[in-house]
Design a protein around this ligand. Structure first.
Ligand code: ZN
Length: 285
């Protein structure tokens, strides 16, 4: 299944994207895609609803805004330096253990919403990433148990303000958490839709120029290892997001000098099987 949410920001309704690409309203299913949904048998009940009712559910107009495909989670956990090529371009050693940081959940946005340059910002950067949404409560799960905690996969752009992140002291969270810095979607794909999550091509363009092109095969720690690892430090609640890191090609790594986003720029990105998203960069108003 491909889960979507659509409508005005903060008032999204649940829906599904059908195999033919059309989108239907799943409001009649009776639940948002939130912690209760992912913590119980929501995905199974939704599959049963879809088999019975999706074909005659009302269609969502293609021009309707898409929101993030999940309700606001308790956490967005991010993994840093998780691609060999990105660690190399950053001049960093390959980490011995996953580098983990947070992103504020208020940074969540729809996949095609504008990216707003935060107040005082000079170094807004892009990061195409595979994100995983958690099913059930995951606490001290083993690698063998971790796969059952994958609700699905979703395309994420882990926008980053490099001066806030790296030049203002303290934790990376300051550079990762501005409003609109976590466009998620277009849809959450259940694992059966995705196949091998360790072999997905991914790409990102800025104003039509290819900036990132890689594969999840270049990850240092894979999805299953990350779920197990992170669950040893915190309980992952149903619906939580783990964003698994970005490959080479971010603005910070560009030679001879870094390149950052400015108002009017257009960022587009995609991952095999997870669709595409597009953000227009606008100034803080
Ligand atoms: Zn990232």
């Amino acid at each position: 299944m491909k889960l979507i949410r659509f409508g005005e920001p903060g008032r999204e309704r649940p829906g599904l994207q059908l195999p033919d690409g059309s989108r239907v309203d799943a409001s009649a299913f009776g639940s948002d895609y939130d912690e209760a949904f992912f913590g119980g048998d929501g995905l199974d009940r939704l599959a049963a609803w879809a088999a019975r009712d999706a074909a005659r559910a009302s269609r969502v107009d293609p021009s309707t805004r898409l929101g993030p495909p999940i309700g606001r989670p308790s956490k967005i956990v991010c993994v840093g330096l998780n691609y060999r090529d990105h660690a190399a371009e950053s001049g960093m050693d390959i980490p011995k253990e996953p580098v983990v940081f947070f992103k504020a959940t208020s940074s969540l946005a729809g996949p095609n919403d504008n990216l707003i340059i935060p107040r005082g910002s000079t170094k807004v950067d892009w990061e195409v990433e595979l994100a995983v949404v958690i099913r059930g409560r995951a606490s001290y799960v083993t690698v063998e148990q971790a796969a059952r905690h994958v609700a699905g996969y979703v395309l994420h752009n882990d926008y980053s303000e490099r001066s806030f992140q790296l030049e203002r002291g303290g934790q990376w969270v300051k550079g990762k958490s501005a409003d609109t810095f976590a466009p998620l979607g277009p849809f959450l794909a259940t694992p059966d839709e995705v196949g091998d999550a360790a072999r997905l091509e991914m790409w990102l363009t800025v104003n039509g120029h290819m900036r990132q092109r890689s594969s999840t095969a270049n990850m240092i720690f894979n999805v299953i290892e990350l779920i197990s690892y992170i669950s040893g430090f915190m309980t992952l609640l149903p619906g939580d997001v783990i964003s698994t890191g970005t490959p080479a090609g971010v603005g910070l790594g560009m030679k001879p000098s870094p390149l950052y986003l400015k108002a009017g720029d257009e960022v587009a990105l995609g991952i095999d099987g997870l669709g595409e998203s597009r953000q227009r960069v606008v100034p803080f108003a």
